[in-house]
Structure formats: structure tokens, C-alpha cells
Ligand binder design. Structure first.
Ligand code: DC
Length: 220
């Protein structure tokens, strides 16, 4: 069974998708990590990020693997390295490149070819898995998403004004929504879940119920 979770940055997709995969006993695929790996590999190789052909070569040659929590790139643990601000602000060089999108979507489809999976990103229900059995579009209001991000940063010892987070969040939303191929849109058959005011475990429980109903489980 394939469960797709798409939505904007900061909606809590990663944590929720990871926990949902755990309770269901499914594999978890963080597709944002794949785009991040392309950018990290390009930065490490000193490649001009605006060179679309060289960037696509990086994507087709990179060895990406994941065991859920841990991300490996060419045999190295890059779980933390792909989350730096430098990678995040350069992500559009990978995400806006149609050739890279095709390469990564194929990798995602290969990953899910013979396992049950919860996959998380922007285009999972629309482009990568249009026939997925259960599609979820997870959102929260901009202020709620920015507050959560602010709290995350606070826990990492960083104090950032809400207004600053809101601004960069809006920029990333606009980039994600405007992307011609694989842009951020809900699939027509996706269930919309707005998580304002919900605790993380409540979101996971809610999604688990949705999946079990879709899967036809007797106790769904
Ligand atoms: O989920 P994230 O913030 O780690 O994703 C990083 C970027 O990758 C995000 O800004 C958009 C892009 N992305 C994408 O274009 N398609 C996906 N399926 C996943 C992520």
C-alpha cells in the first residue's frame, strides 16, 4: 500500500509521516531529503548550481539511501548536513530542474515498488504516485507553521523573530506552488487535514484511522 503525504514546508509532514509509518509498520520515504542531497552533493563537488546539466548529472550519479531516520549520500551519513540553511536556500536549483525531478521520481517509484510505504513531499500524490491508495494533503495556517518552526529553532538554541520566519516561509511557499513540474498542489482525491490546534500524536492517530479505512481494515 502507498500512502502519500504532501503539503507546504512546516506543516509537520516529516515527523507525522515518520510516526505514521512506524505505527503502520510501513517504510518511510522523505523525498525532500533527496532534493537536499542533490544540492549538498553539488556544493561538495564545487559545481555551479545554475548549470542544469551538471546538476542533473549529480542527481543521476548520486547513491541515495535511507533507513527512515538516517539519510546516506554516497555511503556517508548526511542526516544533519542536508538540513543546513545553505542547502535549504539553494534547494530550488534542484527542485526547479525537470530532469532532476524525473530522476528522483523514478527513484521514489523504485523504492516503493515492493514495499508498503508512507512517502512525504510536494508531488507524491500528484506526480510520483497518482494511483496511491491513500493521499493526504497536510497543512496548517502560515502563523501556526511559523510558530512551530520558531519553537524548533528555540529548542536548538536559536532565537528568531516570528516575522523573519514568516517571510522566508512565504518565499518557499511561493517557489513550491509556482513550480511548473511537481509544484505543490493537492491531488484531487487527497484528503485535506488542517493541523492547527492539534497535537502531533492526534494528527498521527487521525491519519492512521484514515489509512485503515482506505485499507479496509475491519477496525478502521
Ligand atoms: O520537505 P523539505 O523542506 O525537506 O523539502 C525541501 C525542498 O525540496 C522543498 O522546498 C521543495 C523540494 N521538494 C520538492 O520539490 N518535491 C518533493 N517531493 C519534496 C521536496
Amino acid at each position: 500500500m502507498i500512502v502519500t503525504i504532501d503539503g507546504p514546508a512546516g506543516a509537520g509532514k516529516s515527523s507525522v509521516a515518520r510516526q505514521l509509518a512506524n505505527v503502520l509498520g510501513f517504510q518511510f520515504l522523505d523525498t525532500g531529503a533527496m532534493y537536499r542531497c542533490v544540492v549538498l552533493a553539488a556544493l561538495d563537488a564545487g559545481i555551479d548550481l545554475t548549470d542544469q546539466v551538471a546538476m542533473a548529472d549529480i542527481a543521476s550519479e548520486m547513491k541515495f539511501s535511507t533507513d527512515g531516520d538516517q539519510i546516506s549520500l554516497n555511503g556517508q551519513d548526511v542526516t544533519a548536513a542536508i538540513r543546513t540553511q545553505e542547502v535549504t536556500t539553494s534547494i530550488h536549483y534542484a527542485a526547479d530542474n525537470p530532469q532532476i525531478r524525473n530522476i528522483l521520481v523514478r527513484l521514489q517509484q523504485d523504492f516503493a515498488s515492493d514495499v508498503d510505504v508512507v512517502t512525504e513531499g510536494r508531488d507524491q500524490g500528484t506526480v510520483a504516485f497518482p494511483n496511491a491508495e491513500c493521499k493526504i494533503f497536510l497543512t496548517a495556517s502560515p502563523v501556526e507553521r511559523a510558530r512551530r518552526r520558531q519553537e524548533q529553532l528555540r529548542q536548538q538554541g536559536e532565537q528568531v523573530e516570528l516575522e523573519v520566519i514568516l517571510q522566508s516561509q512565504q518565499t518557499r511557499d511561493e517557489q513550491d506552488e509556482a513550480r511548473e513540474l511537481g509544484g505543490l498542489h493537492a491531488a484531487v482525491d487527497a484528503v485535506h487535514v488542517v493541523t492547527d490546534g492539534m497535537k502531533q500524536f492526534e494528527v498521527v492517530e487521525h491519519l492512521e484511522r484514515l489509512v485503515r479505512i482506505r485499507n479496509g481494515d475491519a477496525d478502521g
